[in-house]
Design a binder for this molecule. Structure first.
Ligand code: FES
Ligand code: FES
Length: 158
Protein backbone atom coordinates (compact mmCIF):
# COMPACT_ATOMS: atom_id res chain seq x y z
CA UNK A 1 0.00 0.00 0.00
CA UNK A 2 1.33 3.44 -0.84
CA UNK A 3 2.36 6.13 1.55
CA UNK A 4 0.71 9.49 2.03
CA UNK A 5 2.15 12.65 3.56
CA UNK A 6 0.05 13.97 6.41
CA UNK A 7 0.34 16.95 8.72
CA UNK A 8 -1.22 16.43 12.12
CA UNK A 9 -0.95 19.00 14.89
CA UNK A 10 -0.54 17.39 18.29
CA UNK A 11 -0.50 19.51 21.43
CA UNK A 12 0.22 22.56 19.30
CA UNK A 13 3.12 21.07 17.37
CA UNK A 14 2.77 20.13 13.69
CA UNK A 15 4.06 16.68 12.67
CA UNK A 16 4.50 16.19 8.92
CA UNK A 17 5.21 12.58 8.05
CA UNK A 18 4.93 10.16 5.18
CA UNK A 19 2.84 7.26 6.48
CA UNK A 20 1.31 4.06 5.12
CA UNK A 21 -2.33 4.75 4.29
CA UNK A 22 -3.49 2.07 6.69
CA UNK A 23 -1.44 3.31 9.67
CA UNK A 24 -3.67 3.77 12.70
CA UNK A 25 -3.78 7.15 14.37
CA UNK A 26 -2.65 5.68 17.69
CA UNK A 27 0.48 4.31 16.01
CA UNK A 28 1.18 7.71 14.47
CA UNK A 29 0.91 9.31 17.91
CA UNK A 30 3.15 6.76 19.59
CA UNK A 31 5.64 5.91 16.86
CA UNK A 32 5.88 9.07 14.72
CA UNK A 33 5.29 11.74 17.37
CA UNK A 34 6.86 9.65 20.17
CA UNK A 35 4.02 10.58 22.54
CA UNK A 36 3.68 7.34 24.44
CA UNK A 37 1.17 8.49 27.06
CA UNK A 38 -1.55 7.32 24.69
CA UNK A 39 -1.84 3.59 25.30
CA UNK A 40 -3.05 0.53 23.41
CA UNK A 41 -4.93 -1.73 25.78
CA UNK A 42 -7.11 -3.99 23.63
CA UNK A 43 -5.09 -4.69 20.51
CA UNK A 44 -6.99 -2.14 18.47
CA UNK A 45 -10.53 -3.40 19.03
CA UNK A 46 -12.03 -0.15 20.29
CA UNK A 47 -13.21 -1.53 23.61
CA UNK A 48 -10.74 -0.38 26.28
CA UNK A 49 -10.51 3.39 25.74
CA UNK A 50 -6.81 3.53 26.68
CA UNK A 51 -6.05 5.21 23.34
CA UNK A 52 -8.54 8.08 23.77
CA UNK A 53 -7.37 11.49 22.56
CA UNK A 54 -9.12 14.70 21.52
CA UNK A 55 -9.58 15.31 17.80
CA UNK A 56 -10.58 18.94 17.27
CA UNK A 57 -11.78 18.95 20.88
CA UNK A 58 -13.83 15.73 20.71
CA UNK A 59 -12.80 12.55 22.52
CA UNK A 60 -12.07 9.75 20.02
CA UNK A 61 -10.49 6.32 20.26
CA UNK A 62 -7.35 6.71 18.20
CA UNK A 63 -7.13 2.97 17.44
CA UNK A 64 -10.36 3.26 15.45
CA UNK A 65 -9.06 5.94 13.08
CA UNK A 66 -6.44 6.02 10.39
CA UNK A 67 -3.69 8.61 10.59
CA UNK A 68 -4.66 9.87 7.13
CA UNK A 69 -8.13 10.70 8.47
CA UNK A 70 -6.54 13.10 10.94
CA UNK A 71 -4.58 14.93 8.23
CA UNK A 72 -5.00 18.67 8.78
CA UNK A 73 -6.63 18.22 12.17
CA UNK A 74 -5.65 19.11 15.72
CA UNK A 75 -5.09 16.50 18.38
CA UNK A 76 -4.59 16.77 22.10
CA UNK A 77 -3.05 13.86 23.96
CA UNK A 78 -2.63 13.37 27.68
CA UNK A 79 0.75 15.12 27.44
CA UNK A 80 -1.11 18.25 26.32
CA UNK A 81 -3.50 18.52 29.26
CA UNK A 82 -1.20 20.25 31.75
CA UNK A 83 -0.32 23.80 30.78
CA UNK A 84 2.99 25.36 31.84
CA UNK A 85 3.60 22.48 34.25
CA UNK A 86 0.26 23.04 35.97
CA UNK A 87 -1.92 19.95 36.13
CA UNK A 88 -5.59 20.29 35.31
CA UNK A 89 -8.03 20.02 38.19
CA UNK A 90 -9.04 16.57 36.95
CA UNK A 91 -5.41 15.40 37.04
CA UNK A 92 -5.01 16.85 40.54
CA UNK A 93 -8.18 15.11 41.69
CA UNK A 94 -6.95 11.78 40.27
CA UNK A 95 -3.79 12.24 42.27
CA UNK A 96 -5.52 13.32 45.48
CA UNK A 97 -8.22 10.63 45.34
CA UNK A 98 -5.82 7.81 44.44
CA UNK A 99 -7.75 7.14 41.25
CA UNK A 100 -5.09 4.99 39.64
CA UNK A 101 -3.00 1.96 40.34
CA UNK A 102 -0.95 0.75 37.36
CA UNK A 103 -2.04 3.84 35.42
CA UNK A 104 -2.41 2.06 32.11
CA UNK A 105 -6.00 3.16 31.61
CA UNK A 106 -5.48 6.60 33.14
CA UNK A 107 -4.54 8.70 30.07
CA UNK A 108 -7.62 7.54 28.18
CA UNK A 109 -9.87 8.12 31.16
CA UNK A 110 -8.44 11.60 31.69
CA UNK A 111 -9.07 12.50 28.05
CA UNK A 112 -12.59 11.09 28.08
CA UNK A 113 -13.51 12.67 31.40
CA UNK A 114 -12.02 16.05 30.46
CA UNK A 115 -14.48 16.23 27.58
CA UNK A 116 -17.25 14.72 29.72
CA UNK A 117 -16.89 17.47 32.35
CA UNK A 118 -17.05 20.17 29.69
CA UNK A 119 -20.41 18.81 28.57
CA UNK A 120 -21.56 17.84 32.09
CA UNK A 121 -20.06 20.31 34.57
CA UNK A 122 -22.30 19.09 37.39
CA UNK A 123 -22.66 15.33 36.89
CA UNK A 124 -24.29 12.84 39.22
CA UNK A 125 -22.38 9.72 40.25
CA UNK A 126 -24.61 7.72 37.91
CA UNK A 127 -23.77 10.01 34.99
CA UNK A 128 -20.03 9.68 35.70
CA UNK A 129 -20.34 5.89 35.77
CA UNK A 130 -22.21 5.95 32.47
CA UNK A 131 -19.60 8.29 31.01
CA UNK A 132 -16.90 5.78 31.90
CA UNK A 133 -18.55 2.90 30.09
CA UNK A 134 -16.06 3.06 27.22
CA UNK A 135 -12.99 2.96 29.47
CA UNK A 136 -11.83 -0.30 30.98
CA UNK A 137 -9.75 -0.28 34.15
CA UNK A 138 -8.42 -3.60 35.32
CA UNK A 139 -7.09 -2.43 38.70
CA UNK A 140 -9.14 0.09 40.58
CA UNK A 141 -12.75 -1.09 40.78
CA UNK A 142 -13.67 2.42 39.55
CA UNK A 143 -14.79 3.80 42.91
CA UNK A 144 -11.84 6.17 43.28
CA UNK A 145 -12.03 7.17 39.63
CA UNK A 146 -15.66 8.17 40.07
CA UNK A 147 -14.78 10.08 43.26
CA UNK A 148 -11.98 11.91 41.45
CA UNK A 149 -14.25 13.00 38.60
CA UNK A 150 -16.89 14.22 41.07
CA UNK A 151 -14.20 16.02 43.09
CA UNK A 152 -12.93 17.76 39.95
CA UNK A 153 -16.45 18.80 39.01
CA UNK A 154 -16.97 20.18 42.48
CA UNK A 155 -13.69 22.13 42.52
CA UNK A 156 -14.25 23.45 39.00
CA UNK A 157 -17.45 24.97 40.30
CA UNK A 158 -19.79 22.48 38.65
S1 FES B 1 -6.61 0.46 22.17
FE1 FES B 1 -8.18 1.73 21.40
S2 FES B 1 -9.94 1.19 22.53
FE2 FES B 1 -8.40 -0.21 23.21
S1 FES C 1 -5.21 1.71 36.98
FE1 FES C 1 -4.52 -0.17 36.10
S2 FES C 1 -5.84 -0.48 34.41
FE2 FES C 1 -6.68 1.23 35.43
Amino acid sequence: MSNQTVTITINGEAYEESVPQRMLLVDFIRDKAALTGTHVGCTYEGVCGACTVHLDGEAVKSCLMLAVQADGHELTTVEGLAQGGELTQLQKSFNEKHALQCGYCTPGILMNMTEFLKDNPKPTEEEVRRGLVGNLCRCTGYQHIVEAVLDAADKQGG
